[in-house]
Ligand binder design. Structure first.
Ligand code: NAD
Length: 484
């Protein structure tokens, strides 16, 4: 199976924060891979812009190193690397200063797509937006890409939206949530809306509950002090998990087009019920031998910030009335694993005598590792032992299904950057979506802050605190195993 690569229009992409961690690990190696695939054509250029004083040659060397380290570059690609590097330039710019802007303006070309990636702290968004206009570098056709965190509550998110709206129209703003760029997440929409099989069952008549898990094995490590100001709710639930929840729960849009999809996602967020604190479990990982505890990592012995959260949510609409959505995410968990599981209801009646087991169909959408989808179905156990039933997965692991093309399962960042150039906002969050998400999480966070809620300790390498298991047990349900 060979996937078709359609080249995007020539572009000038300016990466503010072009020397930072995100640019070196994701954005620049991703662009290199798009160049290798032919999607980024030789007419395009990338301009790094950051505070560091360096020249274009220094930037090229930095990018060459980043490609070696994070881009999977082989020696045989030397020529391609040299060609790619020739498309790079660099300007030293302080977002808050006046130097460098005239030079940047001089580098921009007419007749190509102009895009500006704000890979810097959100506190600089306003300065960048203002100066891009002041120096006439951005025009009404330009696009800007902004990173999470998009605010830390509704008020700050509104302020950021207002700052960007002063200079850019909503159709020019691309708020990245890289979970939306994952192959499986898009496949979720293809499975739901491209097959006749699933949509008729996608409601409270057939679905018992839905579980969304995003588990990481890493702790907060070197960024503990920064993380301690946010926590799992702000860092993961408000954006990634809620976006996944929206895609799984939304009504079919009338067409697969940016605002149609985003309108439906927004309706889901607005229909989310407030969550009682009895249905929220917050945790912090404990020390384990020489491995420090969350509070040690955060350098805050009195921290009440959560490195784990599990919660039960409900969506107030006809389709999902009575169906719980269980969300869980945490650090230092037993495996790195992200999945969405749609657990269907039990059979109303079994015709098979002596079959007391509970057979359930489960559709599991794996985001990592081994992106893919599997459907648990019940079959007869092979052999002459009579009519005994077992549950087996019908597994579609993309790397197997795609064969030699598996490596072409494009990284989320690459795909999203190409969407920016194509002007396709479907997989980006709209301003009102982000605000609605904060409007839902703010009262929950305010409530536990007001109650001085102390997170429960959990063992490193576990599935979180016991209370999280109880959250499901109380409802007669259980979490799926976290498997790497
Ligand atoms: P970083 O600290 O590694 O890099 C910051 C970059 O911004 C550097 O290039 C620096 O030179 C530049 N910079 C700082 N102050 C500047 C100024 N006044 N003017 C111009 N440039 C300036 O940060 P990062 O990890 O690359 O993150 C960048 C943004 O992306 C942040 O908002 C972060 O929250 C977000 N983000 C990062 C990751 C990640 O994996 N690193 C993931 C998601 C979101």
């Amino acid at each position: 199976m060979v996937s078709r690569v359609i080249p995007v229009e020539p572009f000038d992409l300016v990466i503010f924060g072009g020397t930072g961690d995100l640019a070196r690990r994701k954005i620049l190696p991703g662009l290199f891979r798009r160049y290798l695939s032919g999607q980024m054509t030789p007419e395009s250029r990338i301009i790094g812009a950051a505070r560091s004083e360096m020249d274009a040659e220094g930037f090229r060397q930095m990018v060459a190193d980043a490609i070696q380290e994070f881009g999977g570059a082989e020696k045989s690609e030397k020529k391609a690397i040299a060609e790619f590097l020739a498309r790079l330039d660099y300007v030293a710019i302080d977002a808050k200063g006046e130097g460098g802007w005239a030079q940047l303006a001089g580098l921009m070309r007419d007749g190509v797509v102009r895009a500006f990636y704000f890979s810097v702290a959100p506190s600089l968004f306003g300065d960048l937006a203002e100066r891009l206009h002041l120096h006439r570098i951005a025009n009404s056709e330009s696009r800007i890409v902004v990173e999470k965190p998009f605010g830390r509550d509704l008020e700050s998110a509104k302020a950021l939206n207002a700052v960007l709206a002063t200079h850019f129209d909503e159709t020019q703003i691309y708020r990245i949530d890289h979970y939306l760029g994952k192959e499986t997440v898009q496949n979720l929409m293809a499975v739901r809306f491209g097959n006749v099989l699933f949509e008729p069952l996608w409601n409270n008549h057939y679905v018992d509950h839905i579980q969304i898990t995003v588990a990481e094995t890493v702790g907060v490590g070197g960024r503990g002090a920064y993380y301690d100001k946010s926590g799992a709710m702000r860092d993961m639930v408000q954006n990634h998990l809620m976006q996944l929840l929206c895609l799984i729960a939304m009504e079919p849009p009338s067409k697969f087009e940016a605002d149609e999809v985003r309108n439906e996602k927004l309706k889901v967020i607005r229909a989310l019920q407030n969550v009682d604190h009895h249905h929220i479990v917050r945790g912090q990982y404990d020390a384990d031998g020489s491995s420090p505890s969350y509070r040690d990592d955060a350098e805050n012995p009195r921290s009440f910030t959560e490195s784990f959260i599990a919660m039960r949510c409900h969506i107030n609409n006809w389709r999902w009335a009575g169906v719980p959505f269980y969300l869980r995410t945490g650090k230092k968990m037993k495996a790195r694993s992200s999945e969405i599981a749609v657990v269907f209801k039990d059979l109303g009646h079994s015709i098979f005598e002596g079959d007391e087991a509970r057979h359930r169909n489960i559709l599991a959408i794996r985001l990592q590792p081994n992106e893919g989808i599997d459907l648990q179905v019940t079959i007869k156990e092979p052999g002459p032992g009579g009519m005994r039933l077992i549950d087996v997965p019908l597994d579609m692991t993309f790397s197997e299904a795609l064969g030699d093309d598996a490596e072409d399962v494009t990284d989320a960042y690459e795909r999203l950057i190409m969407d920016v150039i194509r002007g396709n906002q479907t997989l980006f969050m709209r301003g009102d979506e982000v605000e609605a998400a904060w409007a839902w999480t703010d009262p929950l966070i305010n409530d536990w802050e007001r109650r001085n809620d102390v997170p429960k300790l959990y063992d490193q390498g576990s599935a979180g605190p016991d209370d999280a298991l109880m959250l499901m047990h109380r409802d007669g349900r259980r979490w799926r195993d976290i498997k790497g």
